[in-house]
Design a protein around this ligand. Structure first.
Ligand SMILES: Cc1cc2nc3c(=O)[nH]c(=O)nc-3n(C[C@H](O)[C@H](O)[C@H](O)COP(=O)(O)OP(=O)(O)OC[C@H]3O[C@@H](n4cnc5c(N)ncnc54)[C@H](O)[C@@H]3O)c2cc1C
Ligand SMILES: NC(=O)c1ccc[n+]([C@@H]2O[C@H](COP(=O)([O-])OP(=O)(O)OC[C@H]3O[C@@H](n4cnc5c(N)ncnc54)[C@H](OP(=O)(O)O)[C@@H]3O)[C@@H](O)[C@H]2O)c1
Length: 317
């Protein structure tokens, strides 16, 4: 088995399957279920959609943290060409929703926008194609995609802090269950950011897991309902300060890994807060920034001067 051992961190990177199905030869799979993923009625429509991949090359081969591609059939891009593949993170555990790797799930947010120039309503092509599907309909799927944003092979040797915004929580739903369902006894926290309480995804599932497992901490950052004392929004990175009593003992352990998924904007704020709180070991900070307060970093610094260390895993779009 071709397993790569990272000497400095002890992380054993797993061998994961990728590109079993490419856009030119996608596999056709049926939809099993399509339901709302929020607990309450929300103007943001986010759906939990499950697919039966049994009997295909994807059965049992998709790890939490990977994504799959969806080919929206019969739909054209604005330029008239056939719609391209879109990627969606898998929300199911590595053993699938069913425990046998046959049923996988996605968390899909309907893209509904007004074109600022024309005032025309714009509906995202693939997210609405997926959200409109009914059980029994079939879709063309590609993948799996992604090699690095997965749990290490020796997952029980680490503690974890997962930071998610919006549908970025999808991979963590799978990872948290992968760990807890295999008797993980380390410490783990999920910090989840949403605009409103009504937008929280799978809140009942996460609360239930936190109630049943003392080593799993579930923290939410609701950005548009109230402000922090200094007037700033409740963003995920501020939980490093506001929930210090829970997060500090985990983050300061030298065998903790941090995973970040969701909006691109969260990267800078989280890096700044990690560095400002003294958790430098999650980052590789260039000497060029010596003497510069992390709070003064900008997006340009993230390209060259501040990079994730081997203990930080990032997927933002
Ligand atoms: C690795 C990865 C994982 C992802 N995981 C998830 C996930 O778990 N869940 C999820 O919901 N998404 C996820 N995404 C995003 C997903 O791939 C799609 O980008 C998203 O669903 C939007 O696709 P769409 O076809 O609905 O929108 P598109 O039709 O592609 O439109 C996208 C954007 O383009 C602009 N646009 C395009 N055409 C027009 C027009 N005519 N008028 C006005 N504006 C226009 C709009 O701003 C719109 O928001 C992921 C992306 C990546 C890369
Ligand atoms: N594998 C992947 O890479 C992957 C998987 C799934 C999703 N995604 C991406 O994740 C994104 C999720 O979007 P969404 O519409 O689902 O999210 P959403 O529901 O709008 O939630 C985003 C939350 O993050 C907050 N936020 C905004 N800017 C922030 C910042 N700079 N730092 C920290 N928090 C910030 C928002 O607050 P305010 O809006 O109130 O400011 C809001 O509370 C999409 O872009 C999707 O493509 C990526």
């Amino acid at each position: 088995m071709n397993i790569e051992q990272n000497r400095s961190s002890g992380i054993v990177y797993p061998e994961v399957a990728v590109n079993l199905y490419k856009p030119k030869n996608p596999v056709e799979v049926p939809v099993v279920e399509n339901r709302i993923a929020t607990e309450q009625i929300s103007p943001n429509i986010i759906r939990h959609i499950t697919f039966d991949v049994s009997g295909t090359g994807l059965e049992g081969r998709i790890r939490s943290g990977q994504s799959v591609g969806i080919v929206p059939e019969g739909i054209t891009e604005p330029d008239g060409k056939p719609a391209k593949v879109r990627l969606y993170s898998v929300a199911s555990p590595s053993r699938g929703e069913d425990g046998d790797g046959k049923i996988i799930s996605l968390t899909v947010k309907r893209v509904i926008e007004e074109n600022p120039e024309t005032q025309n309503l714009f509906l995202g092509l693939c997210s609405n194609y997926l959200s409109d599907l009914n059980p029994g309909d079939t879709v063309k799927m590609t993948g799996p995609n992604g090699k690095r944003f997965v749990l290490p092979e020796n997952a029980h040797d680490f503690n974890y802090v997962f930071f998610a915004t919006g549908t970025g929580v999808a991979p963590f739903r799978g990872m948290v269950r992968d760990l807890l369902e295999t008797g993980f006894d380390g410490q783990m926290a999920l910090v989840f950011g949403s605009p409103y309480n009504t937008d929280l995804l799978y809140p009942g599932e996460f609360r239930d897991l936190a109630d049943r497992h003392q080593n799993f901490h579930y923290l939410t950052s609701i950005s548009r309902e109230g402000r922090r004392l200094d007037g700033s929004k409740h963003y995920v990175q501020y939980q490093l300060i506001d929930s210090r009593e829970i997060l500090q003992p985990i983050v300061e352990k030298d065998n903790t890994l941090i995973y970040i998924c969701g909006l691109q904007g969260m990267e800078l704020g989280l890096y700044q807060m990690l560095a400002n709180e003294g958790y430098d070991e999650y980052l590789r900070i260039s000497d060029e920034l010596a003497g510069v307060s992390p709070l003064e970093w900008d997006r340009a610094d993230l390209k060259k001067r501040v990079r994730p260390s081997e203990r930080l895993f990032l997927e933002v779009y």
